[in-house]
Design a protein around this ligand. Structure first.
Ligand code: CA
Length: 221
């Protein structure tokens, strides 16, 4: 899933970004309201983790704007304000959940999973191409009925490819969807992950149906 973290505390923002990214999400980080607005105008996020005390304004303003947008993302408010009145304000502004600082990352992770499992997101249909079946809600992949164990990142990659089965998907599209907008790691990270997914999907005499389109990217199916 694509997640935006809005947090002006640099080290906390980094911790949240890394943690959610290790859970297999593509996570962008913004430190201001203005930056968050720009990011939301460009990307369709499933979830926004939102700090309220931001240098250029109150996160609740963004929360209200998102709530009124055409495809509102889930919003998890993360804040030091911990009175009941504050929580009511946050929930009234359209927040789906509310976590006060300091918090355990394990709890944040669990709440994010719960939010992303809610029906609006879990309704995603089972994807089936030839003998490969991917269940977005259960997070499982089967080939010819046999479970294929994938890491969170490999699952997200295969999900994206299967969603677009038959189309050529570029490396840049994969990087943006499965990693994040500013990913600056190894340039061959996509190829390495595709190779791993292929290897795991292989059955004797049956290669994985992921074609390399030279100089462009990949095609599933
Ligand atoms: Ca803050």
């Amino acid at each position: 899933m694509r997640v935006l973290v809005v947090e002006d505390d640099v080290s906390l923002g980094g911790v949240v970004q890394r943690g959610l990214s290790e859970d297999g999400h593509a996570v962008d980080l913004e430190r201001t309201l203005a930056g968050a607005r720009r990011a939301c105008a460009i990307n369709a996020y499933h979830l926004v983790v939102l700090d309220l005390g931001l240098p250029d304004g109150d996160g609740l303003t963004l929360c209200r704007e998102l709530h009124e947008s055409e495809h509102p993302p889930r919003v998890l408010v993360l804040t030091a304000r911990d009175t009941t009145g504050d929580k009511v304000l946050g929930l009234d502004a359209g927040a789906d959940d509310y976590l006060t600082k300091p918090f355990d990352f394990a709890e944040l992770g669990a709440r994010v999973r719960a939010l992303l499992r809610r029906p609006e997101n879990a309704r995603a249909p089972l994807l089936k191409v030839a003998d490969i079946e991917l269940d977005p809600a259960a997070h499982t992949v089967r080939r010819s009925g046999v479970m294929v164990p994938l890491t969170a990142r490999e699952f997200a990659l295969l999900h994206f490819l299967m969603d677009r089965a038959g189309d050529v998907v570029t490396r840049t599209e994969l990087l943006e969807a499965v990693w994040d907008a500013n990913y600056d790691g190894l340039s061959n990270v996509v190829d390495v992950h595709v190779a791993n997914v292929r290897r795991k999907l292989e059955l004797p005499g049956k290669p994985a149906p992921i074609d390399t389109v030279r100089g462009v990217g990949y095609r599933f199916g």
